[in-house]
Design a protein around this ligand. Structure first.
Ligand code: NAD
Length: 261
């Protein structure tokens, strides 16, 4: 538990499912005020809100598309109106689809860049603007991926978006360090969430991914949430501009395991 997170206000984008949901739950356990952004009206976040309340946190749900400027502004306004602050911004919403690069349509390219990179940019900009205006030494956490550093054929748009997140995080960290605003990324490896549901439902495909993980298992969303609360807390007070890889060692060249190479 991180006592200093109690009563702090956090926005988490794309928080109806997967990593966002796990992070919302964990911040609720820390008794934070959680703004749960969800994308579709089919996504019912009320059970998550109730659960956060039961742990002593506060929560509201706000529908919005992170690739739309007005919707991201609305998220920050909701944090201010309901909780009177914005201390932590987590840009988590993200999408991917598999297409060989020679067939990648401009529409597909733009859709992934719009959500993953432009959405995170809008979240960063609106959060920083609010924090500067209110003199808040805030924290921003961008959910990147191991594919900010591992090239990923057939996922060109996704890899490009996460590579962009890396430089955006580092640039903003440098720009706003003098104001005490810390900006970091988390790069998950293979985590068991809806984005991977089809892949992990197939035992062969699941095993082929597990082989890429030196720790030998697919990560749990809670393991990413644990990284997020640490980066948001004062326990990481001297950390800015990093990517925290929570990937079971996936970025450590597992194919060289056992002396190969
Ligand atoms: P997920 O599909 O469960 O979560 C993505 C969420 O984003 C969904 O709730 C979806 O509704 C929401 N979303 C999509 N478009 C949106 C939009 N325009 N506006 C607002 N919300 C939108 O999958 P996840 O694994 O929880 O993914 C969360 C983040 O983690 C993504 O950025 C993803 O790239 C990243 N990531 C996941 C893994 C993994 O293995 N699960 C690995 C690396 C990185």
């Amino acid at each position: 538990m991180y006592q200093d997170l109690q009563g702090q206000t956090v926005i988490i984008t794309g928080a109806a499912t997967g990593l966002g949901e796990a992070m919302a739950r964990r911040f609720g356990q820390e008794k934070a005020n959680v703004v749960i952004n969800y994308y579709s009206s089919n996504q019912d976040v009320q059970p998550l809100i109730d659960e956060i309340h039961s742990h002593g946190g506060q929560a509201i749900g706000v529908q919005g598309d992170v690739s739309k400027e007005a919707d991201v502004k609305k998220l920050v306004q909701a944090a201010h109106q309901h909780f009177g602050s914005l201390d932590i911004m987590i840009n988590n919403a993200g999408i991917e689809n598999e297409v060989p690069s020679q067939d990648l349509s401009l529409t597909d390219w733009q859709q992934v860049i719009d959500v993953n990179l432009t959405g995170a940019f809008l979240g960063c900009r609106e959060a920083v603007d609010y924090m500067l205006e209110h003199g808040i030494k805030g924290r921003i956490i961008n959910i990147s991926s191991v594919h900010e550093t591992i090239p990923w054929p057939h996922f060109l748009h996704y890899a490009a978006s996460k590579g962009g997140i890396k430089m955006m995080t580092e640039t903003l960290a440098l720009e706003f360090a003098p104001k005490g605003i810390r900006v970091n990324s988390i790069a998950p490896g293979a985590i068991n969430t809806p984005i991977n549901a089809l892949k992990f439902a197939n035992p062969k495909l699941r095993a082929s991914v597990e082989e890429l993980v030196p720790l030998g298992y697919i990560g749990r969303p809670e393991e990413i949430a644990a990284a997020a609360v640490w980066l948001a807390s004062s326990e990481s007070s001297y950390v800015t501009g990093i990517t925290l890889f929570a990937d079971g060692g996936m970025t450590k060249y597992p194919s060289f395991q056992g002396g190969r190479g």
